[in-house]
Design a protein around this ligand. Structure first.
Ligand code: GDP
Length: 176
């Protein structure tokens, strides 16, 4: 068996309301797959993917909420030791966008151990352009105000999913 060689191990979290596409993003990123019907994530805590960024081999452990987000709160162990946090909303449901500010960003602030984490806002389901409730400009402005990176994705049609994780890793590598 090959040795598990890497330069950095990073823990990255997916955060946001139910059904915004967190599990699908994780599946697209780690397995390049999209399953139309996903049961609420139960049991699977994280998936690992290796990335080569700027000559460094990165072992990325991406954590999914395992359905806990339904209770509008996640445990401190979920956040512990995270170098990156991805805040996901669904561009076709405005409340998932406002919940990022009113729930998820507030919760992250409570856990001071992740203050230094690199944060990214991901606007998912951009394939559903005609049903869109949150504009690109709104997303960009919000992310800028919150000091987050911003990427628009579709887990379904595979728009910018890999790119989002790579951008996040690049930023983590740049962060002292
Ligand atoms: P989670 O609860 O945040 O993990 O959300 P899921 O990954 O389970 O996705 C919720 C629903 O949204 C599922 O029915 C997916 O098929 C659908 N979905 C996820 N990502 C996309 C996307 O990019 N585009 C479209 N059209 N549907 C998506």
């Amino acid at each position: 068996m090959a040795a598990d060689n890497y330069d950095h191990l990073f823990k990255v979290l997916l955060v946001g309301d139910s059904a915004v596409g967190k599990s699908c993003l994780l599946m697209r990123f780690t397995a390049d797959r999209f399953d139309e019907v996903t049961t609420s994530t139960i049991g699977v805590d994280f998936r690992v993917k290796y990335l080569d960024v700027e000559g460094k081999r990165i072992k990325l452990a991406v954590w999914d909420t395992a359905g806990q987000e339904r209770f509008r709160t996640l445990t401190s162990s979920y956040y512990r030791g995270a170098q990156g946090i991805i805040f996901v909303y669904d561009v076709t449901r405005g409340e998932t966008f406002s919940d990022l500010e009113s729930i998820w960003m507030k919760e992250v602030d409570i856990y001071s151990n992740v203050e230094a984490a690199v944060k990214m806002v991901v606007a998912n389901k951009v394939d559903l352009e005609s049903e869109r409730q949150v504009s690109k400009q709104q997303g960009i402005d919000f992310a800028r105000n919150m000091g987050c990176l911003y990427v628009e994705t579709s887990a379904k049609t595979n728009v910018a999913v890999q790119q989002a994780f790579e951008e996040l890793v690049l930023k983590i590598l740049e962060t002292p």
